[in-house]
Design a protein around this ligand. Structure first.
Ligand SMILES: Nc1ncnc2c1ncn2[C@@H]1O[C@H](COP(=O)(O)OP(=O)(O)O)[C@@H](O)[C@H]1O
Ligand SMILES: Nc1ccn([C@H]2C[C@H](O)[C@@H](COP(=O)(O)OP(=O)(O)O)O2)c(=O)n1
Length: 207
């Protein structure tokens, strides 16, 4: 079974996907980490990230590997674990430009579709584009202020600055970030993390 959890930035996708995956005893798959890793590699090589040709050949020459586990995903460049560097403000700033390239999206989608099911996949277009056949689809939302306050617990930055950056990224990511027609939309604002996980688990089809 494939379950998809899409949603806006910092809506709780990875924490919720991890909780649902652990309850089901399957891995979760964080598609955003591949977009983040592509961005980091491009930045480290000082590439112009608006130029897709150079970026794609760089990605093809540096095999990145997503390791999907239920506790947390990791991204490897050979033996090097890039995961700790992927959730920075610097990567946040450029990731939407990288994710807007259809060629980069095809590169990510190919890796995701090669993963063996069952799993819980989270991102923006898991239910619409990558796994339209998924058994159950969810789309998480929350107000920009709620999301910024949550992120502020993870990063030593001002809530207003985080909120502005989230809203900008929401706008840049709009194209690929619509809920699937058959997705259940959940406003996570009034719910606890466990409440969101239980809502999803309670609506999953019995195997
Ligand atoms: N009700 C809730 N639903 C989802 N996440 C929540 C909730 N309350 C607090 N959080 C916290 O919000 C933060 C952002 O969640 P995260 O999973 O990183 O989001 P995303 O993957 O969408 O960027 C995490 O620290 C998570 O624990
Ligand atoms: N399936 C996906 C997943 C992420 N992206 C893009 C859009 C986001 O700005 C970045 C990072 O996504 P990620 O889910 O890791 O991070 P946030 O939850 O947005 O903080 O990648 C995408 O276009 N499609």
């Amino acid at each position: 079974m494939i379950v998809t959890i899409d949603g806006v930035a910092a809506s709780g996708k990875s924490s919720v996907a991890s909780g649902v995956a652990r309850a089901l005893g399957v891995p979760y798959v964080s598609s955003g980490l591949l977009y983040r890793a592509a961005t980091l590699l491009g930045q480290q090589a000082a590439l112009d990230l608006r130029e897709v040709t150079g970026l794609i050949s760089h990605l093809q020459a540096h095999a990145l590997r997503l390791e999907p586990l239920s506790e947390g995903n990791r991204v490897w460049l050979g033996e090097q674990d890039l995961t700790g560097d992927l959730h920075s403000t610097q990567v946040d700033r450029d990731v939407s430009v990288v994710a807007a390239h259809p060629e980069v999206r095809a590169w990510v989608d190919e890796q995701l579709r090669a993963l063996p099911a069952p799993f819980v996949a989270e991102g923006r277009d898991m239910g619409t584009n990558v796994f339209p056949q998924a058994a159950a689809k969810f789309y998480l939302t929350a107000s920009p202020r709620v999301r910024a306050e949550r992120r502020a617990h993870e990063r030593p930055e001002d809530v207003a600055a985080i909120e502005a950056a989230l809203v900008e990224r929401d706008t840049l990511d709009t194209t690929q970030s619509a809920p699937a027609e058959d997705a259940r939309v959940i406003d996570t604002g009034p719910l606890s993390l466990q409440g969101v996980i239980e809502t999803i688990l309670s609506t999953l089809p019995k195997k």
